[in-house]
Design a protein around this ligand. Structure first.
Ligand SMILES: Nc1ncnc2c1ncn2[C@@H]1O[C@H](COP(=O)(O)OP(=O)(O)O)[C@@H](O)[C@H]1O
Ligand SMILES: [Mg+2]
Length: 302
């Protein structure tokens, strides 16, 4: 039991498997004793490079950070109740115990009426999503894999970010874990193999904003190049000055002339389109921060 910040172990019984992601399994569970809360228990299998390396130091830091976040008790971030790492021979089993939330945003969207979500609903989901992101970014945590499956929504409409802060653990483990990781919410600088920061999450939030209107993903590419092409079809092709110098992928003039597009989606009001365009700016430095996005007239104007 790793207990870096004085949390108490939570006892539980597993009820059913609810998700099998690329990195491990998620179970629904019930707390034994105490409040008998419903829980989600996530088990991640880690195989360190060398058998006697033990738990990598960065992993201890990341888990400690996740546990620390729980004391802030942010309403839009899933609460981690317990974490423990148990060595299993050469492997390491990392178990995370989380509060249970009824459904994820992808299930929620699949149940939406064909006429679409109401503007109030879209506004509420987006605002809570950005509040959660702003909190993570203020605490130096990047999500890096924001997508509808990683956003939970309770029956009362509370939005909570899940599956965050594990990106480095995943990257470390990635060569060992088969399974497809979706490219659809990935920022261009990530697709172009550049250094990146919190603005990657704002890009994903922009993709999700569009999806709340469309009820389908905005950019559906199946290779990294195809993903970039889908992006450029909508936001326009960047000019050479905006192309990241450090990218191993050179600027391609045959992809089309530099264009810029501010009206990204048909049938959106001017405010929605403006917020979307500012979340989907090609240059990370031109993108809004989560905090600035929250101050956008889309949210503030009555
Ligand atoms: N706290 C939770 N409450 C309810 N369901 C959850 C919870 N956490 C995850 N899930 C469900 O399990 C799925 C996989 O969990 P996630 O943490 O995203 O793991 P993975 O790394 O496998 O993607 C989610 O898409 C969601 O449907
Ligand atoms: Mg996930």
């Amino acid at each position: 039991m790793m207990d870096p910040v004085g949390t108490e172990a939570v006892c539980y019984e597993l009820l059913a498997e609810i998700g099998e992601g690329s990195y491990g399994k998620v179970y629904k569970a019930r707390e034994v004793g105490g409040k008998q809360r419903l829980l989600a228990v996530k088990k991640i299998n880690i195989r360190p490079d060398s058998p006697d390396a033990g738990i990598p130091a960065f992993m201890i830091r990341e888990v400690a950070l996740l546990l620390k976040m729980k004391f802030f008790n942010h309403p839009n971030v899933i609460k981690l109740l317990d974490a423990c790492a148990v060595p299993e021979g050469r492997r390491m089993d990392l178990t995370l115990v989380l509060e249970y939330i009824d459904q994820d945003l992808s299930t929620f969207l699949s149940k939406a009426p064909p006429t679409g979500l109401s503007l109030d609903c879209i506004k509420s989901v987006m605002q809570q999503l950005l509040q959660g992101l702003d909190f993570l970014h203020t605490n130096m945590v990047l999500h890096r894999d924001l997508k509808p499956e990683n956003i939970l929504i309770s029956s009362r409409g509370e939005v909570k970010l899940a599956d965050f802060g594990l990106a480095r653990i995943y990257t470390f483990n990635i060569a060992l874990t088969p399974g497809v990781v979706t490219l659809w919410y990935r920022a261009p600088e990530v697709l172009l193999n550049c250094v990146y920061m919190s603005s990657v999450d704002v890009w994903s939030a922009g993709c999700i904003f569009a999806e709340l209107f469309l009820l389908r993903p905005l950019f559906r590419g199946y290779t990294e190049i195809q993903q970039l092409q889908k992006i450029f079809e909508v936001i326009g092709f960047p000019c050479e000055e905006d192309w990241p110098k450090e990218s191993p992928i050179p600027y391609q003039t045959h992809w089309g002339p530099a264009t810029s597009c501010t009206n990204l989606l048909a049938n959106l009001g001017p405010e929605e389109n403006d917020l979307l365009a500012k979340c989907l700016a090609f240059r990370p430095s031109s993108r809004l921060s989560a905090a600035k996005a929250l101050a956008h007239p889309f949210f503030t104007k009555q």
